[in-house]
Design a protein around this ligand. Structure first.
Ligand code: SF4
Ligand code: SF4
Length: 234
């Protein structure tokens, strides 16, 4: 058994922590509390981890399992043997070829790095929308906020907040919830006109280099504008 496991550890795409195979005693606790159990016929957390340990990692990578797993971490928290299931399943996402990543998250990641947000909203459109919504909110008859405007690129603000591009793209009024809190609290805040995205799809697609690139851009915005605090509502 030991020799077989040693062979399995070589040339792996998915990192397996030492003694993982010996530690997992197939109790099923991970699958029992998992919100994704039952979503993909033939797979659950226990089966997936056992398949990886015994060298069937490509089968797991090619399956839907790593993509229905929400990476919530519940299995990892509950595992009596300390096996790093969430980390392992995210590594399965990383191992998927980029053009086979399901859904829009890889395309959105690339769009974000090219244009500063996942949905490719042009800067001028974004700024026009913020100005328009600011006027709308200031003159809201039910909840007026006299003097309100969206402070874009305000140097030295206490808080810089990121934006979920889905909101300016399709649900712009959702941004007003934050703005009303800032207004009521008399907060000194700002948003950046560039690289505004707060949803890091590189995190979800398992793309570490691009995930780090986006995080770096958020930090760069805070440094450029000399803001003390980054608010990452996502
Ligand atoms: S909870 Fe841990 S020990 Fe139990 S089956 Fe899952 S991975 Fe194995
Ligand atoms: S991290 Fe994935 S496998 Fe673990 S409990 Fe959450 S959804 Fe299930």
């Amino acid at each position: 058994m030991e020799a077989a496991i040693e062979v399995n550890r070589k040339n792996r795409k998915i990192p397996v922590i030492p003694e993982m195979a010996d530690r997992c005693y197939t109790c099923g606790t991970c699958g029992g509390g998992c919100p994704a159990t039952g979503l993909v016929p033939g797979w659950d957390a226990r089966k997936a981890i056992r398949a990886i340990v015994f060298g069937m990692e490509q089968e797991v990578v090619d399956s839907k399992w790593p993509w229905v797993c929400t990476l919530c971490g519940r299995c990892q928290y509950q595992c009596p043997m300390g096996i790093q299931l969430m980390r392992t399943f995210r590594a399965c996402r990383t191992a998927r070829e980029r053009d086979l990543v399901p859904g829009p998250i890889h395309k959105g990641t690339m769009m974000n790095l090219e244009r500063g947000n996942n949905l490719g909203i042009p800067k001028d459109d974004f700024l026009f929308l913020l100005a328009d919504l600011g006027v709308e909110m200031e003159n809201d008859e039910e909840q007026p906020t006299p003097g309100f405007y969206v402070p874009v690129d305000k140097e030295g603000a206490n808080i810089i907040t990121t934006i979920n591009s889905k909101e300016p793209f399709g649900e712009p009024d959702d941004m007003k919830f934050w703005w009303r809190i800032f207004y009521a609290a008399k907060e000194d805040w700002t948003v950046s006109s560039v690289n505004l995205e707060g949803v890091n799809w590189g995190l979800f697609s398992g793309d570490d280099p691009r995930m780090k690139e986006q995080v770096g851009r958020v930090i760069e915005n805070a440094r450029r504008l000399k803001c003390k605090t980054i608010l990452y509502p996502e």
